[in-house]
Design a protein around this ligand. Structure first.
Ligand code: NAD
Ligand code: IPM
Ligand code: MN
Length: 361
């Protein structure tokens, strides 16, 4: 059975890094009798310029039908400054995909490669052996809460406002995803919130505690306030196994945690929904970084976050963790050979890193 992969490169370095990830997938598919069909479509600013929308209904339909989506990045100065109104789904293709496909569980693994320990901005003895997963809730919270807007209010002043809103079922499903993941790892789950200030944080903490006591007694649950969590991640990142947190905190903590690995360009992610009746699980795979307008079009982008996202696609989207391991080993060998892009202190371009990974596959 042929598996359909929808490739949405997007803007800036997005298409540069998804092209590299697709090459890796095509080579593995050819060698291991995996029938893959790739289709490409516009998303983000590139799509807006062509159609006036950040993603079209036709592309949404393809995304829903695909076995997996390989995503690059969207956005850039040209589109970020547009004065758009309306719900977030109409202002970003990525946000619409996450919301309509209900990709609520965003997995962001933080695992530095041995060859890059000295390149982390933290000391090698702090980052050696780090292996944790940030589970970011991706379909709720302040990204989507209503009301939101910029309006003149009764005091005569202009207000910009957003709403952090989580329903109990939204917290429950991300809790189950995180506990189940922790149970398959080192059985430690740290829930991160701001329950000392936010009502949504109180419900978050209460729900995590209830579900843990009821359904996952073998998992050790702890709680941190997000400000302390940010500090703990740089103080002693080895203490963590799985971290679960809301949409906004997860966004911020993962970019910070990226520097454990040496570069934001190294971090992959998988955004997963609930398995469909036929057992297939909707999933979008993308590097954590953005479109990097400062280096776009120069052939300097680090493709490894995208290539490692393809590895997550092999595991979660195609049920081939064995092939994902081949990709990870090839990336490790490339880095051991000292072949890296400038964000990692190297001199290689995107193409040279890709060539080295392919050589090592
Ligand atoms: P960014 O992640 O694009 O870049 C931050 C810094 O990291 C830049 O200096 C960039 O050069 C560097 N960087 C990022 N990825 C890299 C890679 N693969 N190789 C080498 N260096 C890399 O964040 P930003 O500058 O805040 O945002 C730029 C645009 O991207 C904005 O429009 C933003 O909204 C968008 N964005 C999109 C996504 C996404 O599509 N998932 C994620 C983050 C930001
Ligand atoms: C990410 C990005 C997105 C987010 C933006 C581009 C909407 O920063 O995927 O981490 O904030 O979720
Ligand atoms: Mn982000």
């Amino acid at each position: 059975m042929t598996r359909q992969i929808l490739v949405l490169g997007g803007d800036g370095i997005g298409p540069e890094v998804t092209a590299a990830a697709e090459r890796v997938l095509r080579i593995l598919a050819g060698r291991h009798k995996l029938a893959l069909a790739f289709e490409h479509a516009l998303v983000g600013g590139a799509c807006y310029d062509a159609t006036g929308l950040f993603i079209t209904d036709a592309t949404m339909a393809k995304a829903k039908a695909a076995d997996a989506i390989l995503f690059g990045a969207e956005g850039g100065p040209k589109w970020d400054s547009l004065e758009l109104t309306g719900p977030p789904e109409t202002r970003s293709g990525l946000t619409r995909l996450r919301r309509e496909l209900e990709l609520y569980a965003n997995l962001r693994p933080i695992r530095p490669f041995e060859a890059l320990l000295a390149h982390s901005t933290l000391k090698p003895e702090i980052v050696r052996g780090v292996d944790f997963m940030i589970v970011r809730e991706l379909c709720g919270g302040i990204y989507f809460g209503e009301p939101r807007g910029i309006e003149r209010k009764g005091d005569g002043l202009l207000h910009g406002f957003d709403t952090q809103d989580y329903s109990e079922p939204e917290i429950e499903r991300i809790a189950h995803a995180s506990f189940a993941l922790a149970r398959s790892r080192r059985r430690k789950l740290c829930s991160v919130d701001k329950a000392n200030v936010m009502e949504s944080g109180i419900l978050w903490r209460r729900t995590l505690t209830r579900i843990g006591e009821r359904d996952y007694p073998e998992v050790e649950l702890s709680h941190l306030y997000v400000d302390n969590a940010a500090m703990q991640i740089v103080r002693n990142p080895r203490q963590f196994d799985v971290i679960v947190t809301d949409n906004l905190f997860g966004d911020i903590l993962s970019d910070g945690a990226a520097m454990i690995t040496g570069s934001l360009g190294m971090l992959p992610s998988a955004s997963l929904g609930t398995p469909r009746p036929d057992g297939r699980r909707p999933g979008l795979y993308e590097p954590v970084h953005g479109s990097a307008p400062d280096i776009a079009g120069q052939g300097l982008a680090n493709p490894l976050g995208a290539i490692m996202s393809a590895a997550l696609l092999l595991t979660h989207g195609l049920g081939r963790p064995d092939l994902a391991q081949i990709v990870e080993r090839a990336v490790a060998r490339t880095l051991e050979a000292g072949i890296a892009t400038p964000d990692l202190g190297g001199k290689a371009g995107t193409g040279e890193v890709l060539a080295a990974v392919i050589e090592a596959l």
